[in-house]
Design a protein around this ligand. Structure first.
Ligand SMILES: Nc1ncnc2c1ncn2[C@@H]1O[C@H](COP(=O)(O)OP(=O)(O)OP(=O)(O)O)[C@@H](O)[C@H]1O
Length: 605
């Protein structure tokens, strides 16, 4: 498949009937509006030149014959006609916006749904900026394609044809002069519009680079200040701004050439028309009223030419956008749940007797080999069993494969060889949703969405009441911490909310996990140092969260896994040691080295 995730995307693409039809299929919910829009558009394309025609009739009729009575009637009629033309403009504009909006929101919804279903590997390959680009600028170019290109072109094209027909009927010779000038206007317009389009794209891409750099600088301000990089960064930012200014100036220069060029052209055309038209009037080949009428008609002929050039350009940009958007929508996930996959039963639901103390799942890895790229395995021959309720600690240097094991337990990836079994079932035969419903994941970054603490906890079980959330926090002994926040559980967190400490964020994530009452808990421990007091609270909460559940802990601060039932020590994707904490320390191998390092660092801190 063609990779569309490259930096230099094509900006124009020839019109393709299949793509156009597919785009319009998103307007199906407003089918009747599309039909009305077409009727209104065609009517307007006839009305506009007709209005000019009527004006000509008034000049050559009542005005030329000094008939004041008839003139009043004629003006009344003209006024009503003009009102109907403007009235229809209102409807055309409104209907087009409604149709465009339906298509745009349909596309955005579909992209969002499809992207959400992609496996993790997709997000490693396709940059976030690219996905955002599809949902924003590409879909916007399609909006222009839907609501403007077709209907404006229809209206303007119709106006052009009707104006041409009326001109030909009025005075064929003068019409041929107009026709001869049309290709020049079209050519100049197209050439400059293409250039404008390229330049405006380049300017908007450079602006994205400016905003992305700004966002990165704000996010990484600690690193910048920590390494005294302010001056260097300012220099880099200035360079980006200069490049952006240069592109903007180029854009303005091109449009500053185009506009006067078109003006000169039209003055030039008017001069030719005045010359030929004047000569024909002198020789009684046409009346003065006909000449005046002709000038208005010529204007109705030339202005659509410029508009059609612009719309044609927009159509080519929309086609390129449509291709990228549909690539994303049609992008087949690398893998999906097997069609025969079924839900993982939750034994607690079926249980008739009182719930047992242990309700964790059994997780087993058998000869598992895995690579993000199957040709380059990062895990080799991994074998272990986590019995229900056990805690497995994963330890090893950075890049040793801890997160990869967790990714396989969570079925974010499938093993390249070997089997991952949950409750004796191979993961491929289990639907991902049912597995995730029985799993609580607490990640290192402690991701919180914009919203209140309460919303963030409730995310794992939306139907939970406020009291359920409170109860979960109480069970973890951290309700007092949440209630101590400025607005208690209703404190806003996330982008614009209160800044929370690493420990507070982690407690929110623990409570979120507990509320879902999972059978498997995955915890990727935060690397950052936490003060002793918070550490103690976290440890208490953790013990309660893990009680009775099967858990996997990627431990960075080894204090967490002293009580693990089994510690797996990883090195370059292989398990090199395994056992309980005391056994491993006593064995004097890699784990005891790591532990010695850890205790030294902890003592120094
Ligand atoms: N998305 C990915 N695509 C390709 N390779 C990856 C990807 N994620 C990790 N790797 C590679 O897989 C190997 C194992 O990485 P993994 O993230 O599992 O290690 P880790 O022990 O969790 O490291 P850390 O403690 O730094 O999180 C590393 O060599 C890493 O470069």
């Amino acid at each position: 498949m063609q990779d569309h995730d490259h930096e230099n995307e094509v900006q124009f693409k020839p019109l393709e009937w299949g793509l156009i039809r597919r785009l319009f299929s998103y307007a199906r919910p407003v089918r009747r509006k599309v039909a009305w829009l077409s009727v209104v558009t065609v009517t307007r394309s006839i009305q506009l030149p007709m209005l000019t025609w009527v004006m000509g009739l008034i000049i050559s009729g009542p005005i030329a014959h000094h008939d004041a009575g008839l003139l009043v009637w004629a003006l009344g009629g003209y006024f009503i006609f003009a009102l109907s033309v403007d009235g229809l403009y209102h409807f055309r504009h409104r209907l087009a916006l409604e149709v465009g909006e339906t298509v745009v929101s349909g596309l955005r919804t579909e992209i969002f749904e499809k992207v959400q279903r992609q496996p993790m590997s997709f997000f490693h390959r396709v940059k976030l900026g690219r996905v955002l680009g599809r949902v924003t600028s590409d879909v916007e170019s399609l909006r222009v394609g839907i609501q403007d290109v077709l209907f404006v072109s229809l209206e303007q094209g119709g106006q052009l044809i009707v104006a041409a027909a009326v001109m030909a009927y009025c005075d064929l010779v003068l019409f041929l002069v107009v026709l001869g000038m049309a290709p020049i206007l079209w050519g100049v317009n197209r050439r400059f519009r293409m250039r404008l389009s390229y330049e405006s794209r380049a300017a908007s891409e450079s602006f994205s680079r400016v905003t992305a750099t700004l966002a990165e600088s704000v996010n990484g301000i600690r690193v910048t200040q920590g390494f005294v990089r302010q001056q260097t960064n300012s220099g880099l930012f200035r360079n980006l701004l200069n490049a952006h200014s240069r592109l903007n100036l180029a854009l303005v220069r091109t449009s500053a050439i185009l506009v006067p060029m078109l003006e000169v052209n039209s003055q030039f055309f008017i001069a030719i028309l005045l010359m030929v038209g004047g000569w024909r009037t002198f020789n009684d080949l046409m009346t003065l009223a006909e000449l005046i009428q002709f000038f208005f008609l010529a204007n109705l002929f030339f202005s659509p030419l410029a508009t059609l050039g612009t719309q044609y350009n927009n159509a080519l940009v929309a086609m390129a956008g449509a291709e990228r958007v549909f690539w994303l929508i049609d992008h087949k996930p690398e893998w999906e749940d097997a069609p025969e996959a079924t839900a993982l039963p939750d034994p607690r639901v079926a249980a008739t007797s009182a719930p047992s103390q242990t309700h964790g799942a059994r997780v087993a890895f058998r000869d598992v080999t895995f690579g993000y790229d199957p040709q380059k395995p990062v895990l080799h021959d991994i074998n272990f069993v986590a019995e229900p309720g056990q805690t497995i600690g994963l330890v090893g240097h950075t890049g040793s494969g801890k997160s990869s094991i967790i990714g396989l337990v969570a079925k974010f990836y499938l093993p390249t060889a070997g089997e991952v079994r949950i409750d004796e079932r191979e993961v491929r035969t289990i639907t991902s949703d049912s597995l995730h419903r029985q799993m609580g994941i607490v990640q290192q970054q402690n991701f919180l969405f914009t919203g209140t603490v309460l919303d963030n906890i409730r995310m794992s079980r939306p139907e939970a009441s406020d009291d359920d959330v409170r109860e979960a926090a109480r069970q973890l002994d951290c309700l007092d911490i949440f209630e101590g926040l400025p607005d208690g559980l209703l404190t806003e967190v996330g982008e614009r909310g209160t800044s929370l400490s690493v420990g507070q964020r982690q407690l929110i994530c623990f409570t979120r996990a507990l509320l879902a009452d999972p059978r498997i808990v995955i915890l990727d421990e935060a690397t950052s140092a936490i003060d002793a007091m918070t550490e103690a609270r976290l440890q208490t909460a953790l013990v309660k969260l893990l009680h009775g559940r099967t858990s996997f802990i990627v431990a960075h601060r080894l204090s967490t896994i002293r009580h693990a039932d089994q510690v797996l020590v990883l090195d370059q994707g292989r398990i090199i040691e395994r056992g309980r904490h005391e056994e491993l320390v006593a064995a004097g191998g890699r784990y005891s080295e790591l532990y010695a390092q850890f205790t030294q660092t902890a003592a120094a801190a």
